[in-house]
Design a protein around this ligand. Structure first.
Ligand SMILES: Nc1ncnc2c1ncn2[C@@H]1O[C@H](COP(=O)(O)OP(=O)(O)OP(=O)(O)O)[C@@H](O)[C@H]1O
Length: 359
């Protein structure tokens, strides 16, 4: 899968931009504030219907405009047809169109264009709250198996219903919601566990390419006392849940840990090593998609030089070129990309004041 043509309207300082990217490597060069991250943000919005820099979409829309639009022609497979993808956002409403048809679910965009992002704040994946790690995990499971999403939705619905019953103390409903939540919650947990087991060896192998660290492990924390079933944990928590009005145990509290020599990575390794472990996690998701013959979307790497030293930059470029997926990488100088003479196919673009042109 690759973007054949990308059109962007009113995304930060990009008022109107159109480009025909290379199916493999795309290098974006520009001064500070020229709009490089905004271009990656536009692609990210097309795949995920949200920004990676702002919690709401309003700050992303160009100052004098009402809405933003990102659209693309996408080659689904090397021999397959071309599809059209588009999103319009005004800060309140969202309009998604796939092949000229209006769609309601952002998941449809996400299946049409899986986007993986590596940026200067990526280390927060291992340093920040568990929500980031659950989202990371679920993105991987979601792309690996389309049966996961309906189960996840039913789990979220059961959780919302149980929390509502807890708040208004509907005792007679709680037994039903315990059963429902335990059933779908256990399925969600099983999907995550199986996914992490597949991810672990790939993650370790990739991390070793970038880091000289021994014994790296990945461990899922299910979100409840794992010596009990989820149903037992829910029943045991009942008094506490009623007192606080929400569900304490379940996959909505799940997390995963990366350990290096048995120590929690974020407390043991350097900031640079932590970044490289996050790089390993993100690349292992892309590698798993490739191994599973799943559609490989775009990999976006923002601020290449800030992320990696020169040796690791060469390794990352070679890794991504070998994966044969579409990549967009930003840097302030073309020299940051090093020697490109061995890379058979790539395009370089120059960003200037929100405009993109061939380099
Ligand atoms: N809603 C908006 N409307 C117009 N311009 C905006 C908006 N939001 C941000 N900007 C401006 O867009 C410009 C581009 O920012 P962006 O982060 O994309 O640049 P960059 O090339 O990635 O820079 P750097 O190399 O410094 O990270 C900045 O000058 C920023 O102030």
């Amino acid at each position: 899968m690759s973007l054949l043509k990308l059109d962007i309207y009113h995304v930060r300082n990009i008022h109107k931009a159109s480009l025909q990217p290379c199916p493999t490597l795309n290098l974006l060069v520009g001064d500070n504030a020229s709009g490089k991250s905004s271009l990656l943000e536009a692609i990210y919005i097309l795949g995920r219907a949200k920004s990676f820099r702002s919690a709401s979409i309003k700050p992303v829309i160009s100052l004098d405009q009402e809405h933003l639009i990102v659209s693309a022609q996408i080659q689904q497979t090397a021999e397959g047809g071309v599809s059209q993808l588009g999103i319009q956002l005004d800060g309140k409403t969202m309009a998604i169109r796939i092949n000229q048809e209006t769609r309601q679910q952002r998941s449809e965009l996400a299946y049409a264009l899986p986007v993986q992002l590596i940026h200067p704040k990526s280390y927060e994946l291992l340093d920040g709250g568990a929500q980031l790690r659950r989202e990371f995990l679920d993105w991987g499971v979601f792309n690996a198996d389309t049966r996961f999403l309906p189960m996840w939705r039913r789990f979220k619905k059961a959780l919302a219903q149980r929390n509502a019953a807890l708040k208004i103390k509907r005792f007679e409903q709680l037994a039903v919601w315990n059963q429902e939540l335990a059933y779908y919650g256990t399925i969600v947990q099983d999907y995550r566990q199986r996914y992490l087991e597949k991810l672990q060896p790939v993650f370790i192998a990739i991390s070793r390419q970038f880091l000289a660290l021994d014994t790296i492990t990945l461990q899922l924390l299910c979100g409840w006392d794992s010596s009990k079933t989820l149903l037992e944990a829910l029943e045991q928590d009942m008094d506490k849940d009623l007192r606080y009005g929400f569900t304490h145990s379940g996959p909505h509290r799940a997390d995963f840990q990366v350990r290096v020599e048995q120590q929690l990575a974020k407390e043991f390794v350097s900031r640079g090593q932590l970044k490289l472990l996050v790089l390993g996690l993100k690349l292992s998701q892309v590698q798993l998609l490739a191994d599973g013959q799943q559609p490989l979307g775009c990999v976006l790497v923002d601020d290449f030089a800030a992320e990696l030293d020169s040796c690791n930059r060469v390794k990352l470029l070679d890794f991504l070129v070998a994966l044969n997926c579409q990549v967009f990488i930003t840097a302030t100088a073309a020299t940051d990309f090093g020697d490109l003479s061995h890379i058979p196919n790539y395009k370089m673009f120059r960003m200037e004041q929100g405009c993109v042109n061939p380099y």
